[in-house]
Design a protein around this ligand. Structure first.
Ligand code: URA
Length: 197
């Protein structure tokens, strides 16, 4: 089971990593084009951690993950799961916005991985949700498309992991919302919670 570190101690440890992230120059292009780094947000002792791809324009401006259009949809999904955004811990594969929202390169993802792993270790979630193929592929080192990664649990350290469609994909393909809802039902069923009740 989860380590018994207090919430405040976890937050203090996260703050140390966030300071390192804010100074990071490992990806010269990203470091020179970002407005600011986007570290992560939410409950430092969350049972569930969400992992997205990278900050977009809104996140780069506000310094927080998932605050743009995709984030608003993510908030609706969180609400449908009867949770609040502040119950969850939210991070991305990258902590800087790639110019024009291009996909993260393998080098950039590798450069940022130590920060992600530190966040996972400190929060020590029971469950991780990978939103979209960039998160799924990078966390789990898989080459499968997201549609093929859905529908089962993976392990990452102590956490059970599921993969589902990215909210940005859902904005373009609303019919896939039902698939994401199935994935949430599976996740919560594993926690002993019946979302359909
Ligand atoms: N998309 C992501 O994957 N992450 C964000 O933080 C915002 C949009």
């Amino acid at each position: 089971t989860k380590s018994k570190l207090k919430k405040a101690d976890r937050q203090a440890e996260l703050n140390i990593i966030a300071d390192q992230v804010a100074q990071c120059q490992k990806c010269p292009e990203l470091a020179s084009t970002r407005t600011q780094t986007v570290f992560g947000v939410g409950n430092p002792a969350a049972k569930i951690m969400f992992i997205g791809e990278a900050p977009g324009a809104d996140e780069d401006k506000q310094g927080e993950p998932f605050v743009g259009r995709a984030g608003k949809l993510l908030d609706k999904i969180i609400e449908a799961c009867q949770l609040k955004r502040s119950d969850i811990y939210i991070a991305n594969i990258l902590r800087c916005r790639p110019p024009g929202n291009r996909n993260p390169s393998d080098t950039e993802a590798a450069n940022c991985r130590g920060f992600l792993d530190a966040q996972i270790e400190i929060v020590d979630p029971d469950y991780i949700v990978c939103w979209g193929s960039v998160a799924a592929k990078n966390l789990l080192r898989s080459e499968l498309p997201i549609g093929k990664m859905r529908g089962r649990f993976y392990e990452y350290g102590r956490a059970r992991v599921i993969c589902t469609y990215h909210p940005s994909y859902l904005l373009r393909n609303p019919s896939a919302k039902k698939n994401v809802w199935e994935d949430m039902i599976d996740l919560f069923q594993d926690m002993g919670i019946d979302l359909k009740a």
